[in-house]
Design a protein around this ligand. Structure first.
Ligand SMILES: *[C@@H]1O[C@H](CO)[C@@H](O)[C@H](O)[C@H]1NC(C)=O
Ligand SMILES: *[C@@H]1O[C@H](CO)[C@@H](O)[C@H](O)[C@H]1NC(C)=O
Ligand SMILES: *[C@@H]1O[C@H](CO)[C@@H](O)[C@H](O)[C@H]1NC(C)=O
Ligand SMILES: *[C@@H]1O[C@H](CO)[C@@H](O)[C@H](O)[C@H]1NC(C)=O
Ligand SMILES: *[C@@H]1O[C@H](CO)[C@@H](O)[C@H](O)[C@H]1NC(C)=O
Ligand SMILES: *[C@@H]1O[C@H](CO)[C@@H](O)[C@H](O)[C@H]1NC(C)=O
Ligand SMILES: *[C@@H]1O[C@H](CO)[C@@H](O)[C@H](O)[C@H]1NC(C)=O
Ligand SMILES: *[C@@H]1O[C@H](CO)[C@@H](O)[C@H](O)[C@H]1NC(C)=O
Length: 640
């Protein structure tokens, strides 16, 4: 099937809608804005998966969940509570603290401000989500109950936030100055303090009160975050563990940031010897700053929503995947299997492989063969996706898709590298060879050819993994979790590629099983330029099967289904032949191949199905490789 570039672009609204559906909608509610005792909007409708973020204005409010019947008392059995959020700002601006809840169902949610100083709830400062619009339990009825509620209002006795995310945002390098804003933080335990980085090259590192500008043993540190853009999209999140004072500084020695007062505190005393003022004064005369060599420590670095697990010793650059030396010529920079991966890719991938896999004490040859095949196909995939990403990012196709999609593809490329590392780490752990590195023939004529190849490689890998998992011996059961995780990740990639191709992603949950040997044969035939590559993998056929081509298709009048196909292949094998159809859920069916090499499509297959020409019908999936005459090939048998 051929796709042109224009229809690919038509699929974008679909992708946007799908992304929104995954992420949920974020509803914003102001609390006490313009010094009024109201939540604005007072009521709203939200779907499961949506989030609601409360931002706090003048005075000192809370958002506390109640029952309908008792509007000014915390919900028995535990509801959410933002904790009190005083906002001393005199210019009417929002507090840097927000509280975000996640909606889990469509049941009504009732809430109030628990401030007793002024009886906010009894003055009608109440709020509802998904309140019925008729009957007895309307928002109006709730509001009326609040006006008549007894005083004082209640709050959870420990005063700590619960049932949602309380977050306080701190700007690092505020307005180009050597400051954290705010620097003088009061926050109850469980609050997430989110530091957002601005130019130039700052850290947030914890110290003791007595040794400013020096790291505290077991304290947090973001590492250096150099950036020229404002805001950079890089954040460092820590969680306030208790009520003890926390002291932090910027460890940049160029320009002596800490000594110049780029420091801050959380829950410092406001009087006595250990105030923020006293810490600033101590820092001014402190020896040159140092920070721990590892980063991040004690907190989470996120780059535009993607978590970076580790950039030990390096300073985090605002980079993307390095562009190839020559994008037009197609030189993507994919490190060889088994070589260390630049930690930046972990960020792109949304995380590294685990530090401890829990591999077993031994591995069987069956599993080694499966891993060797997986490493091979993941290497082809990585090369294809990196090449594609670099062309779309800053190469000949840079205008075809918008940034969000190009970034998603970059993330998929990085994920493939992480998956490949999981495979090579396992083989290396058991001292098994990684095989030689092949040179590949990857499609370069059009974006659509690239997408088609990316899709096929994904489906081949998934199909072979489904087949392979059923053959992993019990003694190697430690492999099942990583292999199953890989299937999940590749399934998601398939959905993205489906959408880029303007296909409904609904076909994605129907990935078809595929014997590993057939998958191997397809990859060798179609994507490898050196016939002696890779090194022989045990259990694979001596040579690839003859190629199988679909030369003609009969479709229903509405073109929604393929009803028959004609194939062509090069084989001297005599005798009756069948087409084996390998579909989702391990489905395997056989149809006779007529003398003119046509066959009918079984009516109960959907989406992408793999076929092979075989010399024997009604065999089990594991025996298909032994009777394969030609193939495999992929057939799209129904429109989504
Ligand atoms: C905010 O209100 C709560 C509850 O009344 C109170 O305990 C707390 O001291 C207040 N905070 C400030 C800074 O006024
Ligand atoms: C939704 O479920 C989570 C996890 O159980 C819980 O923490 C949160 O409070 C729930 N949200 C609401 C609004 O109840
Ligand atoms: C930011 O800095 C500029 C110039 O230094 C100054 O004019 C401006 O008022 C500052 N903005 C804020 C919000 O402090
Ligand atoms: C950031 O600062 C650190 C410490 O001075 C330095 O090692 C690093 O090279 C800087 N990074 C950039 C990109 O300037
Ligand atoms: C920190 O805030 C307290 C009041 O919360 C105030 O007394 C103190 O002066 C502030 N310190 C600095 C350095 O802003
Ligand atoms: C984060 O996104 C913003 C806006 O798209 C961009 O300017 C910034 O460079 C990004 N940051 C990084 C580190 O990629
Ligand atoms: C990489 O680029 C060089 C020239 O920049 C070219 O000669 C070479 O063929 C390219 N390699 C691949 C695999 O495209
Ligand atoms: C794109 O590539 C060109 C040359 O290959 C390079 O000069 C330019 O900086 C690149 N742009 C980005 C955004 O990477």
């Amino acid at each position: 099937m051929r796709f042109s570039i224009a229809p690919s672009l038509l699929s974008l609204p679909l992708l946007a809608a799908a992304v929104a559906a995954y992420a949920g909608v974020n509803h914003q509610v102001t609390v006490g804005k313009d010094a009024k005792l109201v939540f604005d909007p007072p009521t709203l409708s939200a779907a499961p998966g949506d989030t609601v973020t409360y931002s706090f204005f003048a005075k000192n409010h809370s958002v506390t969940q109640s029952s309908f019947a008792q509007p000014c008392q915390p919900l028995a059995g535990g509801g959410f509570f933002s904790a009190f959020t005083p906002n001393p700002a005199t210019d009417g601006s929002a507090s840097p603290t927000t509280f975000t809840i996640t909606i889990n169902d469509t049941k009504p949610i009732w809430a109030y401000c628990g401030q007793t100083n002024g009886d906010h709830c009894q003055k009608g400062m109440v709020h509802a989500i998904n309140a019925p619009t008729s009957g007895t339990n309307t928002f109006q009825a709730f509001s009326d109950l609040a006006l008549k509620a007894s005083t004082p209002s209640g709050s959870p006795p420990d005063g700590l936030p619960v049932g949602g995310l309380r977050k306080l945002s701190v700007i690092v390098g505020f307005n180009g100055t050597l400051t954290y804003s705010p620097n003088n933080i009061t926050a109850p335990p469980r609050t997430v303090i989110e530091f957002s980085y601005n130019p130039k090259n700052h850290t947030v590192t914890q110290s003791s009160f007595d040794s400013p500008c020096q790291p505290l043993d077991k304290g947090f540190s973001s590492g250096f975050i150099p950036t020229a853009v404002s805001p950079s999209g890089v954040t460092f999140d820590i969680v306030v563990p208790d009520t003890n004072p926390i002291w932090f500084y910027c460890g940049q020695i160029v320009g002596t940031h800490c000594q110049k007062g780029m420091v801050g505190s959380i829950n410092a005393a406001t009087s006595g010897a250990k105030t923020l003022e006293a810490y600033i004064a101590k820092a001014a005369t402190a020896p040159p700053s140092t920070i721990p060599p590892q980063a991040p420590l004690g907190g989470t670095i996120t780059v535009n929503g993607t978590v970076i697990t580790s950039f030990n010793g390096n300073s985090l650059q605002d980079a993307t995947i390095p562009p190839p030396a020559n994008p037009a010529a197609g030189n993507a920079s994919v490190p060889a299997p088994g070589t260390p991966i630049d930690p930046y890719y972990y960020g792109m991938a949304g995380g590294s492989q685990p530090s401890n896999y829990g591999w077993g004490s031994s591995i069987t040859d069956t599993s080694v063969a499966l891993l060797a095949f997986l490493l091979f196909i993941e290497d082809v995939q990585a090369n294809l996706l990196f090449e594609m990403h670099s062309r779309l990012d800053n190469g000949s196709w840079s205008s075809v898709y918008p940034r969000a999609i190009v970034n998603t593809l970059g993330s998929m490329a990085a994920q493939t590298l992480v998956q490949r590392s999981t495979t090579s780490d396992c083989l290396t752990h058991f001292k098994k060879p990684l095989g030689n590195q092949c040179s590949f023939k990857l499609p370069t004529t059009s974006v659509d050819d690239f997408l088609a190849a990316a899709l096929k490689l994904n489906l081949l890998a998934i199909g072979a993994l489904i087949d392979g998992i059923t053959q992993v011996p019990l003694s190697d059961s430690y492999l099942l979790a990583p292999l199953a995780s890989t299937i999940g990740s590749k399934g998601r990639m398939t959905a993205v590629i489906n959408m880029m191709q303007n296909h409904l992603a609904a076909a994605a949950p129907r990935e078809a099983v595929m014997p590993v040997q057939l998958a191997w044969s397809y990859v060798i035939t179609n994507y490898v330029s050196d016939p002696n590559c890779p090194t022989k993998i045990s259990g694979m056929p001596g040579s690839p099967y003859p190629a199988l081509t679909v030369t003609d298709k009969q479709v229903t009048p509405d073109q929604s289904r393929t009803t028959a196909i004609t194939v062509s292949f090069d084989s001297s094998a005599s005798g009756d032949k069948w087409v084996a159809w390998m579909g989702a859920w391990g489905d395997l069916e056989f149809t006779p191949l007529a003398a003119d090499k046509t066959t009918t499509v079984p009516a109960d297959l959907y989406g992408h199905v793999w076929i092979a020409v075989v010399s024997k019908k009604d065999v089990a999936m594991k025996d298909v490789p032994g009777v394969t005459v030609a193939g495999p090939e992929i057939v799209w048998v129904s429109q989504p």
